[in-house]
Design a protein around this ligand. Structure first.
Ligand SMILES: NC(=O)c1ccc[n+]([C@@H]2O[C@H](COP(=O)([O-])OP(=O)(O)OC[C@H]3O[C@@H](n4cnc5c(N)ncnc54)[C@H](OP(=O)(O)O)[C@@H]3O)[C@@H](O)[C@H]2O)c1
Length: 166
């Protein structure tokens, strides 16, 4: 499993339930990387999607609510159960897509984290762990991104989880 996330300069990922940066190139990359695979997410992130389940992908949602259901998703009340259910998938095509709670819980299970780094400071109430300060994570690749419509420079940084080195 790999994580994919978009962060601001202090690793902010959201505010009041919304994403912080509008970045069309990054959205396209998210679709390209995840299409055809499985996406694992918390219930709040699922409910933030305007169109419901993400098309062309297996949508797996964590919730502790009994009987929670929506079209196009499967639900699990425990992270371990969701991970077991995803064991049949190609691990490189299973994506942890947020939000804050689920990232913090399940990041140690991820082999890589695909981080879009937006060079901007914005008010946030949800954060991703700062991988630059975590000795278990090492930068594997940095790709040039570009500049968003609002003028925010960004780059794509892939981190490797050293605990998952084979
Ligand atoms: N920048 C990015 O790339 C990115 C990506 C995704 C999300 N976000 C942001 O992240 C924020 C949302 O994060 P969040 O932490 O509030 O929500 P979240 O992680 O999406 O969802 C939290 C919910 O997931 C369920 N859950 C979590 N762990 C569970 C477990 N072990 N077992 C069963 N259910 C579990 C619970 O649902 P129930 O309450 O139903 O039990 C919990 O309330 C938003 O601001 C969003 O915009 C940013």
């Amino acid at each position: 499993m790999n994580a994919i996330v978009s962060v601001t300069s202090d690793w902010g990922i959201g505010n009041e339930g919304r994403l912080l940066v509008r970045n069309k190139d990054d959205m396209r990359r998210f679709v390209d990387l995840t299409m055809g695979g499985a996406v694992l997410m918390g219930r709040s992130t699922f409910e933030s999607f305007p169109g419901g389940a993400l098309k062309g992908r297996r949508n797996v949602v964590l919730t502790r609510q009994d009987g929670y259901a929506a079209e196009g998703i499967e639900t699990y009340s425990q992270a371990d159960e969701a991970i077991a259910a995803l064991a049949s998938e190609d691990p490189d095509r299973v994506w942890l897509i947020g939000g804050e709670t689920v990232y913090h819980e399940l990041l140690p299970h991820c082999t890589r984290a695909y981080v879009t780094k937006n060079d901007v400071a914005l008010p946030a109430d949800a954060f991703f762990p700062n991988l630059d300060e975590d000795p278990h994570w090492q930068i594997e690749e940095t790709l040039e991104g570009g500049i968003t419509k609002a003028g925010i420079p960004f780059e794509y940084v892939t981190y490797r989880n050293l605990r998952k080195m084979s």
